[in-house]
Design a protein around this ligand. Structure first.
Ligand code: UDP
Length: 474
């Protein structure tokens, strides 16, 4: 039993991908600023890649915040593969290691912490892990599941069995009509569900991860989600009837662009001098996140479409965007052709770029962090989802919140479509409605984070409930 004055100590294990580490670090900082002691555990691979990108990171990414008084400790653990293994090129092997091998390493490191005599009250771990509730139980900790995507995607996965029973998933001849029976979701077309739910094969390593992870999550004591209640009211109300489920997002540092903890896994190019010379709202920011790949054909059409549009752009062209085996995927002469129009960088501080007044639109793969960051910066989106939850996020952005438009509907986009849609979004008149709507959404999110707002209240309630539950553990 925890005595009342004792600080709560949580071990925090994020999923070892950029889009999960970023919000996890922010949540860790938030909880530490509420008085928690946090032991944050990155994989050695994530740590090494981020250290290469930021030579000043050293062995502890939280060293600076500890100096400012927050009690965050830092450790690393193997994900089961050699550090130098190309996880981008060997995606399935990487996922298989996370599914089958990582739990042994995670358990080992948790055991080390407990054996050192430290009192740990809870384990905060990404919902996509398949093991946290079992490890938490073994060491007498509560399990807090951290979901870094939308409530809508959470509830789709939570109801996998219902989808199966109704013939929408994992069947030989699946239904193609809309899904209308998930609590809190009026209706959703199959094309708007996640890529995994649309696939005919339902036994891949990613499917095994999702189904095992959501079985494990059903045993979580609490779920924290990086969304805002007002954005997904009905879905969240339905989930809250089943679990201790809290929408506490968007989880950003108070300064939004603060980089006191460097988490980028590639070295960031400075775009500010270039952006500083551009008119307000005149530049399109283009990025497909940290993980998704484009085919060479898609990339060429997008490149030629950007050039055709004549709109200024900053394009994050990750070194492995097509594959680590295709280091120069752009059409010959493209860089020279657009030298006066665009800036092409391997990686940047996306928050800083999106927050720049020159940015007027975001051509995005609709990763959930990118959507949240774009909304926070009042930047409307041109949506080009590639896989996983990005199709569902696109539905929310385009169909529900009306803060963006589609670039394509899952078929290969042409350069003419790219040019037409870029100009539509960026146009002073044609883009106005999206710019106005996204300002509204920003206001809603901002109010949610203020004292008395939904996300602030949910965070307070979560901490209160957590403390009460710990008190009750005999
Ligand atoms: N990001 C960044 N610099 C870039 C591209 C992306 O810092 O050049 C960050 C972005 O701000 C976001 C994360 O990487 O926090 C990507 O997460 P998201 O959920 O959008 O996509 P994922 O990478 O998971 O597909």
């Amino acid at each position: 039993m925890a005595d009342k004055s004792q600080k709560l100590h949580a071990i925090f294990i994020p999923y070892p991908l950029q889009g999960h580490v970023n919000p996890s670090v922010q949540l860790a900082l938030k909880l530490a600023s509420q008085g928690f002691t946090i032991t944050f555990i990155n994989t050695e691979s994530v740590h090494n890649q981020a250290s290469k990108a930021h030579s000043k990171n050293g062995t502890d990414i939280f060293a600076k915040v500890r100096d400012s008084g927050l009690d965050i400790r830092y450790m690393t653990v193997s994900d089961g593969l050699p550090v130098g293994f190309d996880r981008s090129l060997n995606h399935d092997q990487f996922m298989a290691a996370l599914l089958h091998v990582f739990s042994a390493h995670a358990e080992d490191v948790v055991n080390q912490i407990i054996q050192s005599g430290q009192k740990v009250h809870c384990l905060i771990a990404d919902t996509y892990f398949v093991w946290p509730s079992k490890v938490a139980k073994k060491f007498g900790m509560l399990y807090i599941s951290f979901w870094t995507e939308t409530a809508l995607v959470f509830t789709l996965y939570y109801h996998l069995d219902l989808l199966k029973r109704n013939g929408h998933f994992a069947c030989t001849d699946c239904r193609e009509d809309a899904i209308t029976y998930i609590p809190g979701v009026k209706s959703i077309e199959l094309k708007d569900t996640t890529s995994y739910l649309q696939e005919t094969c339902s036994t891949t390593v990613c499917h095994q991860i999702i189904s095992n992870a959501f079985e494990d999550t059903k045993n979580a004591d609490f779920v924290l989600c990086n969304t805002a209640q007002e954005l997904e009211t009905e879905t969240i109300s339905a989930l809250r009837k089943k679990m201790s489920w809290f929408a506490v997002g968007p989880i950003f540092s108070s300064g939004f662009t603060d980089r006191i903890v460097s988490t980028s896994m590639w070295s960031e190019s400075d775009c500010s001098p270039w952006l500083g010379k551009k008119r307000n709202d005149s530049v399109l920011y283009v990025s497909f996140g940290s993980y998704a790949h484009l085919t060479k054909k898609e990339l060429e059409e997008i490149a030629q479409g950007l050039s055709l549009s004549k709109v200024s752009f900053i394009w994050v062209l990750r070194p492995d965007i097509v594959s680590t085996e295709v280091p120069n995927p752009l059409p010959d002469g493209f860089r020279e052709e657009v030298a006066g129009q665009g800036m092409i960088v391997p990686w940047c501080c996306q928050k800083e770029v999106l927050a720049h007044p020159a940015i007027g639109g975001f051509l995005t793969h609709c990763g959930w962090n990118s959507v949240l960051e774009s909304m926070w910066c009042e930047v409307p989106m041109l949506c080009y989802p590639l896989y996983t939850d990005q199709f569902t996020n696109r539905k929310l952005v385009v169909d529900d919140w009306k803060i963006g438009i589609n670039l394509s509907n899952q078929k290969i986009v042409t350069k003419e479509e790219v040019s037409k849609n870029v100009n539509h979004l960026m146009g002073e008149k044609s883009g106005e409605a999206y710019r106005n709507s996204v300002k509204e959404v920003k206001r809603t999110m901002e109010n949610g984070l203020k004292p008395g707002g939904s996300s602030a209240n949910n965070m307070d309630q979560f901490i209160k409930d957590l403390k009460a539950k710990i008190q009750n553990i005999k």
